[in-house]
Design a protein around this ligand. Structure first.
Ligand code: AMP
Ligand code: FE
Ligand code: FE
Ligand code: ZN
Length: 286
């Protein structure tokens, strides 16, 4: 059984359409794949319609959240949410708000770069995004690659777009405690995405994770490309201590990142534990 519980499509900042993504998952030999676009469920229908026989689809999302970091500061936290009711009014309202804010933010980032003489056009960038898609920095990064400003998406982040970089703008993300509650009320289950991916910026302390576990957080994404071996060992010990489910996932973004689908996987027993805590009947099969 090969299970990958974190992948992005063109519904957010991946480069495969939802249909291409499920076909790529089958081609990669996966038995289970989760579609977890940033702040949207808009890819679920197309992924479901294209689902090949034998592949199970876990509909999900990766929610942009913020949390006290446990050291007196704040940290950006990504919360993987699976198998929730996509029509839950609280979920729809928060995702709609964030998607609108993300669009304005990306437009402003592009306009600032254009104002400084970079060959990008904010209107053109925004017009090129699928109407329902969640806008993110990778969209601007690709525009910079197309314009020849940088040669890779990674370089665009390193030079201009990384958190704290010269053209970085923040967002009003959802308080993570609220997001955990919101998803549980919508019948879903939550897993903290890449909790100790320290190269991305400040991360939360173990104490914050203890608190979230007390509020119903189900698991930790331990095996993630942004975690090195010592970090995985640290997280695995914490998850075991708190009886949290340990997951592994690629965080596939198509050609926007170098990771492959199924590069990291989740054990079948761990997946079963997640299903026990959520609407297992929301897993899509054909
Ligand atoms: P945003 O959602 O606009 O804050 O942008 C964050 C997204 O950018 C993440 O979900 C990743 O997909 C992507 N990302 C972050 N850092 C990098 C990087 N160094 N290279 C490529 N993609 C990145
Ligand atoms: Fe992303
Ligand atoms: Fe993430
Ligand atoms: Zn992700």
């Amino acid at each position: 059984m090969r299970i990958d519980l974190h992948a992005h499509s063109t519904a957010s900042d991946g480069t495969d359409t939802p249909a291409e993504l499920v076909l790529a998952a089958a081609a990669a030999g996966l038995d289970v794949v989760a579609l977890t676009d940033h702040d949207t469920t808009s890819g679920w229908a197309a992924a479901t319609a294209a689902l090949p026989p034998g592949l199970r689809l876990v509909p999900g999302a990766e929610l942009s959240c913020v949390s006290p970091d446990g050291r007196g500061g704040e940290a950006t936290v990504h919360l993987l949410a699976y198998l929730f009711d996509p029509d839950s009014p609280a979920v729809v309202e928060e995702q709609t708000r964030l998607r609108l804010e993300r669009r304005e933010r990306l437009r402003t980032m592009a306009a600032r770069m254009a104002g400084d003489g970079f060959p990008v056009d904010a209107d053109e960038l925004m017009a090129g995004l699928p109407a329902e898609a969640t806008a993110g920095r990778p969209h601007l990064a690709r525009a910079l690659v197309r314009a020849g400003v940088v040669s890779t998406v990674d370089e665009a982040f390193a030079r201009y777009l990384a958190t704290g970089g010269p053209y970085y703008l923040g967002r009003t993300d959802t308080p993570v405690r609220r997001a955990v509650e919101m998803i549980h009320q919508a019948g879903g289950v939550t897993v903290l995405a890449h909790p100790f991916a320290r190269s991305r910026g400040p991360v939360v302390t173990p104490e914050v994770i203890v608190e979230l576990a007390g509020r119903g957080l189900a698991g930790l994404e331990v095996d993630h490309p942004d975690h090195d071996a010592p970090t995985r060992a640290e997280l695995r010990a914490l998850a075991t201590e708190l009886d949290l489910v340990i997951t592994g996932s690629s965080d596939y973004h198509g050609t926007n990142k170098t990771v492959r689908l199924g590069q990291e996987t989740t054990a079948p027993e761990a997946f079963e534990r997640l299903l026990d805590r959520a609407g297992a009947d929301r897993v899509v099969t054909r």
